[in-house]
Design a protein around this ligand. Structure first.
Ligand code: CAA
Length: 241
């Protein structure tokens, strides 16, 4: 049996591509999801990947959910923190709820998910934590003060934790996707997408979820043990760090 991988937000969008790629590479995969039962069940039927429902914003639910995954598949060796939401609004119109929802899911969710699997990874002297941040956490994006703050926080989390995990054989890395052709990006007003965003992407197109999944496979591999605390930017040349 391959290593056990848990992908949050793993039944749709970039997460679905990651779950599938890991399964195809021989991992034993669990896909977490928060709300969309229909999409999760369709994904499970199509791929045979087990789906588990809980919100990454809820610490106790994460601890419980991870226990169930580990009882079914074995200890989590690869954690992909992919779950994320947007609540875009210009700052002067942004509500406290829009701020809190995004911070709780996109930033605190990483604490909630990583904290319960960390002791086991330390004991076993192996772990891979891969955090899906965003180009907008690197460069900031108007209309996304909440999202950019959370995704930027994900990078700080990655760098700090990588130092703690290094001697225990745990790597912690981030991937910063640019604009990928998922529902989240297609939900942007078409005029905003075509006139303001696409012209900023030198390769002239949205990315494919599979292009992010390939980065995950690379970082998850046993052979990537010397790479930790790093950020892979996959954004079509939109932004360089
Ligand atoms: N920089 C500066 N000013 C900007 C701006 C920008 N990039 N974008 C908009 N503005 C200005 C507008 O010119 C406008 O100014 P005026 O009122 O003076 O004309 C003002 O802000 C309001 O703009 P909108 O008419 O667009 O405002 P709205 O309330 O209808 O919509 C919004 C606001 C929902 C944030 C919309 O602008 C939007 O969807 N922007 C795109 C945000 C974005 O890129 N989201 C990414 C989602 S995908 C994702 O997050 C995945 C990932 O990781 C990449």
């Amino acid at each position: 049996m391959g290593r056990v991988a848990l992908v949050t937000g793993g039944s749709r969008g970039i997460g679905a591509a990651i779950s599938k790629a890991l399964k195809d590479a021989g991992y034993s995969v669990a896909a977490n999801y928060a709300g969309n039962d229909d999409a999760a069940n369709a994904f499970k039927d199509e791929t045979g990947i087990a789906v588990y429902k809980w919100s990454v914003a809820d610490y106790d639910a994460c601890a419980e959910g991870i226990k169930k995954v580990e009882a079914d598949l074995g200890p989590v060796e690869v954690l992909v923190n992919n779950a994320g939401i947007t609540r875009d609004a210009m700052f002067h119109k942004m509500t406290s709820q829009q701020w809190t929802d995004v911070i709780n899911t996109n930033l605190t969710g990483l604490f909630n998910m990583t904290h319960p699997v960390w002791p086991g990874m330390r004991d076993r002297k192996f772990g891979r934590v891969i955090n899906i941040s965003s180009v907008n956490g690197q460069k900031g994006q108007a209309g996304q003060a909440n999202y950019s703050a959370a995704k930027s926080g994900d990078l700080g989390f990655t760098k700090a934790l990588s130092q703690e995990g290094a001697r225990a054989g745990i790597t912690v890395n981030a991937i910063c996707p640019g604009y990928i052709g998922t529902e989240m990006v297609r939900a942007i007003d078409e005029k905003v997408l075509n006139e303001r965003i696409l012209p900023q992407i030198p390769v002239g197109r949205l990315g494919e979820p599979e292009e992010i999944a390939r980065c995950v496979l690379f970082l998850a591999s046993d052979e990537a043990g010397f790479i930790t605390g790093s950020t892979i930017s996959a954004n079509g040349g939109q932004f360089f760090v």
